[in-house]
Design a protein around this ligand. Structure first.
Ligand SMILES: Nc1ncnc2c1ncn2[C@@H]1O[C@H](COP(=O)(O)OP(=O)(O)OP(=O)(O)O)[C@@H](O)[C@H]1O
Ligand SMILES: [Mg+2]
Length: 239
């Protein structure tokens, strides 16, 4: 059965105040269920990163309500004592830039959060190795981030986001640093995870070619969020 995983109700975010105030997201309302893969699509500066980081409890909303897995996260203020703990335990993040920790090697980067959450080292190591193999960087486990290419770093970051079996994966242009084939295979991997593990996946993307892989598309335009219905026309499916 599908479960409601992300509930966003009239969420807004205003940066700054007075004349310099910018309202980046304006009363967004939508729901995302387990097993769904949802794209956030929109021009630069439209509010996509603001929205996805609010869902991930990184950016504090200004108004509205956010519920994750049935737990109220935000309503007039954070409703949890430690938003970092929520992020560590419930959410996998993949950022535009990889954010790997420079003084930890690849394996240590991927196993850090599972170990902080109390997973045994041997178990965390095995899971990390499997994921790194799957993503094509299994031979890099002893390397440091500075010795990896952009695409390799991003694949390690994806492995890291998956290491803790999160029910929510949030990705801000995860494939920007990858070539077209790798980008597609990463998206297919995320799609497969969403189906097999019932993960809710939200991905910011500019890549129109990826759109057929998503169950739903939320268009972000000047801070307004609106669902668009995909047209699977004959012309499109021939491409
Ligand atoms: N920390 C901040 N302080 C002030 N304004 C900000 C801040 N972060 C974002 N903004 C503003 O909010 C608006 C939305 O920014 P956001 O980063 O969410 O857009 P985006 O859709 O992710 O853009 P891109 O596609 O370029 O990554 C922009 O006008 C931006 O300048
Ligand atoms: Mg952005």
């Amino acid at each position: 059965m599908r479960e409601l995983v992300i509930a966003v109700e009239k969420i807004s975010k205003t940066y700054g105040s007075g004349e310099s105030a910018v309202t980046a997201i304006k009363e967004a309302t939508f729901e995302i269920y387990s097993g769904e893969t949802v794209a956030l699509l929109g021009p630069s500066g439209s509010g996509k990163t603001t929205l996805i980081t609010m869902i991930g409890c990184i950016t504090e909303p200004t108004t509205g309500k956010l519920t994750l897995n049935g737990n109220l996260m935000y309503e007039g203020g954070w409703k949890v004592n430690d938003t970092r703990q929520i992020r560590r335990e419930k959410i996998g993040f993949i950022f535009q830039t990889h954010n790997l920790i420079p003084f930890l090697n690849v394996l240590e980067n991927v196993t850090l959060i599972p170990q902080m959450n109390g997973i045994k080292k041997s178990e965390a190591d095995q899971k990390a190795k499997d994921l790194l193999d799957y993503l094509g960087v299994g031979d890099k486990i002893t390397k440091f981030p500075s010795h990896l290419s952009g695409g390799q770093s991003q694949r390690v970051a994806i492995a890291r986001s998956l290491a803790n079996n999160p029910k929510i994966i949030l990705a801000d242009e995860p494939t920007a640093a990858l070539d077209a084939d790798r980008a597609l295979s990463v998206m297919q991997l995320l799609k497969k995870l969403s189906i097999e593990q019932k993960v809710a996946i939200v991905v910011v993307t500019h890549d129109e070619r990826m759109l057929p892989l998503f169950d739903r598309i939320l268009r972000v335009e000047d801070g307004y969020v609106q669902e668009i219905i995909q047209q699977h026309t004959a012309e499109y499916s021939q491409k």
